[in-house]
Design a protein around this ligand. Structure first.
Ligand SMILES: Nc1nc2c(ncn2[C@@H]2O[C@H](COP(=O)(O)OP(=O)(O)OP(=O)(O)O)[C@@H](O)[C@H]2O)c(=O)[nH]1
Ligand SMILES: [Mg+2]
Length: 282
């Protein structure tokens, strides 16, 4: 599946970030806790290379707690890397992340501290800003590309926080990364093939979370190991038939992906540090 989804506002954001990054004191990079490497944008790595940056694994409430623990260990072993896992709708963890960002910032300046929130689409950047502000300042939504412009919000603790539009990168040539991004909800529905993504995701679920699949879809083990066969089994349980009585694969695939994204199957991570995805290939 080739994905071409780098709309104009992402191109503009890339240019804006290049200019803005030298003027901020710290960058909060929001990753998706379910796919921390796949949601690491190599473009942002380059742009934010010389600025203090903290990795925030958001949507921790949706991720497998044991896998998140492994990810935090993994990141903490990387040179000069600080990482924390949070649920962006909850105040205490989100403030811990903000405090971690502010720890190393030089507070001796006369001006307010500037913190910029960056990341790929739909990882919860605007949600985190609303939680820190204690009110709904930024628009949020469960589809990618909600924020289209940079927005500054003054927090009570002398920090100005900048929301930025989520950006991807122009050429996605790692198939597995692309599938994981699509499964998580980072890529527009108009650019993806649900059945392909559902088949890829189904194979991860069968391997790592068979009990959750059985419980949600009233299936019994042994589950089919092939993704398409599992999508068929889910579709059959949910009555996804089209005219003539054949299975509606699109509908069955959408059910699996949407329920996974909403956490209805349970807490699931789609990659682990043991998947050994070399950083340079993403
Ligand atoms: N379960 C869960 N949902 C979250 C969390 N943080 C954000 N969300 C949801 O994720 C969706 C995307 O949140 P946004 O804050 O709009 O994401 P964003 O990164 O600003 O997205 P763009 O502006 O499109 O780049 C919304 O439906 C939020 O309610 C979290 O920690 N857990
Ligand atoms: Mg946003």
């Amino acid at each position: 599946m080739d994905i071409q989804w780098f709309p104009g506002h992402m191109r503009e954001t890339k240019e804006l970030l290049k200019k803005a990054v030298s003027k901020v004191d710290v960058v909060m990079e929001i990753l998706d806790a379910r796919i921390p490497i796949s949601s690491s944008n190599p473009l942002l790595d380059k742009i934010c290379n010389n600025v203090l940056r903290i990795k925030v694994l958001n949507k921790n409430d949706l991720a497998d707690p044991e896998t998140t623990r492994l990810w935090l260990e993994y990141f903490r072993q990387q040179p000069a890397t600080k990482a924390i896992a949070i649920t962006g709708t909850e105040s205490s963890g989100t403030w811990k992340a903000a405090d971690l960002c502010l720890q190393k910032v030089n507070k001796g300046r006369a001006r307010r501290t500037r913190m910029m929130v960056v990341g790929i689409p739909n990882t919860g950047k605007s949600t985190i800003i609303n939680t820190l502000a204690g009110k709904k300042i930024a628009r949020t939504g469960d589809v990618p590309a909600i924020t289209r412009q940079q927005q500054r919000t003054g927090l009570k603790n002398g920090v100005d926080i900048y929301d930025t539009p989520g950006i991807l990168w122009p050429v996605m040539d790692n198939q597995e990364t692309t599938y994981r991004l699509a499964a998580s909800g980072a890529i527009s529905d108009t650019a993806i093939d649900y059945t392909e993504i559902a088949c890829f995701t189904a194979e991860i679920l069968v391997k790592h979370y068979p009990a959750l699949l059985c419980e949600r879809y009233k299936l019994s083990e042994p589950l089919p190991s092939e993704g398409l066969a599992l999508v068929e089994a889910i579709g059959a349980k949910r009555g996804c038939l089209q005219k003539g009585g054949t299975l509606n694969y699109q509908k069955a695939s959408e059910i699996l992906i949407r329920e996974l994204r909403a956490g209805k199957l349970g807490r699931i991570s789609l990659e682990t540090p043991n998947d050994t995805i070399p950083m340079e290939t993403i």
